[in-house]
Write a protein that binds this ligand. Structure first.
Ligand code: NAP
Ligand code: SF4
Length: 673
């Protein structure tokens, strides 16, 4: 009996039978833009080998004006078709299937030539779009159909027409962006005309034996979005126009509701997909925050969808499906939905990868080949850097001993998992525990390695991590002052009025921890939806309601010295969520502060270089979150004894350390030992 009978059941699409119900959703990785087609092919082939039923590529522009950014990849001619054939052939040789996403960005295209149904600028783009005339509309439809035809020529098994997320097709559908009075605007019938014409023309050129997925926006999460009646009307019409599968799209890019971040409940939008079940005759796919086989299985078993889409989980682990099928689900590297190495990279123009799997999108460059000569390796410190170094070294055949002075491995990850909305970090620590045990690593917990313990190893890796930085504020040794370690790791009592000193990632995390009263809303989807203002689209157009956050458990002031808006340097795609979450809880954020002293009344500050505006931030407790310093005692002691060691992670460079950099450094070191 299969451990996941629904997830692993085949799906008959008529001309083709998919082996299971798992789709790898589209991700823009910036890989195609490298034009290193061998690398692109290897990325997809690795996922095909891992058993996923069908993959969708990153969005391919149908023309220059529809590209997400200037130079965005697309299929523009014979050369491109030949390049893409390298990818499709490699995927087919690996036993997989792949569809190409055609993405016309509409007014989200980052260029002055961007086009839209009406000339209304998006709040997230500097470019007002050019209003399409009749000929312009025909050109867009023809270009989309042509690129679908080229996809078939290039050997793809299908296309996904991107109709959601606020891109061009979606823009035609709603009055928020479509103010036209001709046959492409006004009534819903008219507003549907563009996406329907696209689907009809695509089906016409690709023929019947070709998968056509339509990504439909089930919940726009913007004012004047679609009602659910309209969504159902569109879904049926798209089916009639020739689509073979409907995939779920949630939220426009400009929506002020998180839709895929780690604080979104698991499968947090499957309830919307469920509403469509039974309303159409073609399979329906659920999406967003489905990241384990258990979650996928229950989405299907509960009748929310016919298939599940997961995207980032396939960056974290290309073998997701194979491991699930073989009853090895606990070995699947978990996507923690942090966005740190995937979307944050994509939106910074860098190639995507994964915090937990630095090989993602680097398959041809970072390899874990068997070591020519197995050696004895000591790793000191079982935080992210040390753990990854130990795992990769063991995988390559080295004998690894891992020393950790705490009673549980995980290092700083153990503090992250205490933060409401960061529960996924628990799964990451658990995964490391499983993998360390399976790899046969000699794990020594509660063991502080000394220089003499390390003599006799062929290689020593020092990953001793970080310690909180001393901010040297007069009065900081008082009983009403705590460090973030006291709060998160030791459960110290915190008063009702709190000043949090330092507004980096940890200052924000601590503030979120302190304002949360009971359980994390991430674990209570209804509460989460109320907090962010997500409504049923049957009752509220676009699913938009007024946010109703719970009152804060504490009154928190968050401070930093830099004279800028706190939180500006947080993750590119997630920083706004942290800032909005704290604003909803009434957290006061102050930049440009000088910390003068702490006394029984709280924190005394002044502002600016000339120390003006003396102010008392009244606080029962002051929590210090002022960054970290490297712990290098062991590294220095080894150096004094003439023992050469590799120093990685926070012990190497503490500034702006995060798990992504630590894991990457650990993996790359162990890959070459
Ligand atoms: P951080 O991001 O470097 O922030 C340290 C904070 O302390 C800053 O606000 C800094 O701002 C302040 N500070 C630095 N030196 C100070 C001093 N001598 N006196 C007073 N204030 C001082 O470090 P962190 O918050 O400890 O986070 C550590 C790492 O973990 C970060 O790199 C971060 O990426 C990662 N992390 C990320 C997340 C996330 O959500 N992505 C969450 C948690 C942690 P001023 O200098 O302006 O005062
Ligand atoms: Fe998931 Fe984070 Fe990896 Fe992206 S970087 S795939 S969100 S774990």
């Amino acid at each position: 009996m299969s451990p996941y009978p629904h997830l692993l059941a085949p799906l008959d699409l008529g001309h083709v039978v998919l082996p299971n119900r798992v789709l790898m959703g589209s991700m823009h990785t910036n890989l195609e833009e490298t034009r290193d087609w061998n690398r692109v092919a290897e990325f997809y082939a690795a996922r095909a080998r891992g058993g996923v039923a069908l993959m969708v590529t990153g969005g391919m522009a149908p023309n220059r004006e529809g590209g997400v950014f200037p130079g965005a990849a697309g299929l523009f001619g014979a050369d491109d078709v030949a390049n893409h054939r390298v990818v499709t052939k490699r995927v087919h040789d690996a036993g997989g299937r792949i569809a190409m996403q055609v993405l016309h960005a509409g007014r989200y295209a980052y260029c002055k030539d961007c086009v839209a149904p009406s000339p209304i600028k998006s709040p997230i783009s500097p470019f007002p779009p050019n209003e399409l005339d009749e000929a312009g509309i025909e050109k867009q439809i023809a270009d989309i159909a042509t690129s679908a035809a080229r996809a078939r020529e290039a050997g793809y098994d299908g296309v996904e027409v991107m109709g959601s997320e606020g891109y061009l097709l979606n823009e035609f559908l709603v009055t928020h962006t479509n103010k036209r009075t001709d046959r492409w605007g006004g009534s819903y019938e008219n507003r549907m005309r563009f996406p329907l014409e696209v689907v009809r023309r695509v089906r016409e050129v690709v023929g019947e034996d070709f998968i056509l997925i339509y990504r439909i926006s089930l919940l726009d999460l913007v004012p004047e979005g679609s009602t659910f009646d309209e969504v159902v009307t569109l879904a049926r019409a798209v089916e009639a126009a020739g689509a073979s599968i409907l995939n779920t799209g949630i939220g426009w890019h400009e929506a002020r509701v998180p839709t895929i971040a780690t604080s979104v409940p698991r499968a947090g939008f499957a309830w919307v997909t469920r509403k469509l079940m039974g309303k159409v005759g073609i399979p329906v796919i659920a999406s967003n925050r489905i990241n384990t086989p258990e979650v996928g299985e229950s989405v299907l078993a509960e009748g929310c969808a016919d298939m599940v889409s997961m995207a980032r989980p396939f960056l974290a682990d290309p073998e997701f499906v194979t491991k699930a099928a073989q009853g090895r689900a606990e070995e699947i590297a978990p996507c923690i939905a942090c966005n740190q190495a995937c979307l944050d990279h994509t939106f910074s123009g860098k190639i995507s990868t994964c915090l937990i799997n630095p090989r993602a999108c680097h398959e041809t460059e970072l390899t874990y080949d068997p070591a020519p000569v197995p050696r004895r390796i000591a790793v000191v410190g079982a935080g992210p850097a040390g753990l990854m170094a130990a795992l990769v070294a063991a995988r390559r055949g080295h004998g690894v001993t891992l020393f950790e002075k705490a009673a549980r491995l995980g290092g700083q990850l153990n503090m992250a998992r205490m933060i409401p909305g960061k529960e996924e970090f628990e799964g990451l620590v658990a995964w490391f525990e499983t993998m360390v045990a399976k790899a046969g690593i000699d794990l020594r917990l509660c063991a502080e390695a000394s220089v003499s313990d390390l003599k006799g190893f062929d290689e020593v890796i020092v990953a001793t991590g970080v310690t909180p930085r001393d901010p040297e504020i007069p009065g900081q040794d008082r009983a009403n002052v705590l460090s973030y370690v006291d709060v998160l790791a030791k459960g110290a009592e915190v008063g009702k009025r709190v000043a949090v000193v330092g507004a980096g990632g940890i200052g924000f995390d601590v503030a979120e921890f302190l304002v949360q009263g009971g359980d994390s809303p991430t674990l209570h989807p209804e509460e989460w939806r109320a907090e962010w203002g997500v409504a049923d689209p049957e009752t509220r157009r676009g699913g938009v309601a007024a946010p109703q956050p719970e009152p804060p458990a504490r009154q928190v002031t968050l401070l930093q010295r830099k004279p800028e808006k706190p939180g500006r340097r947080l993750g590119k795609t997630t920083g706004w969520i942290h800032r909005a979450a704290l604003q909803m809880k009434g957290v006061k954020m102050l930049g440009g502060a000088n910390y003068e002293r702490i006394d029984e009344n709280g924190l005394h500050v002044t502002f600016g270089p000339s120390r003006e505006n003396p102010t008392l931030v009244e606080a029962d407790t002051v929590v210090l979150c002022t960054g970290q310093e490297s712990v290098r005692g062991l590294a220095d002691a080894l150096a004094r004894e003439g023992i050469e060691a590799h120093v990685i992670g926070g012990a190497d460079v503490a500034a702006e350390l995060d798990a992504k950099r630590a894991i990457d450094q650990g993996a790359r070191l162990a890959a070459r030992l």
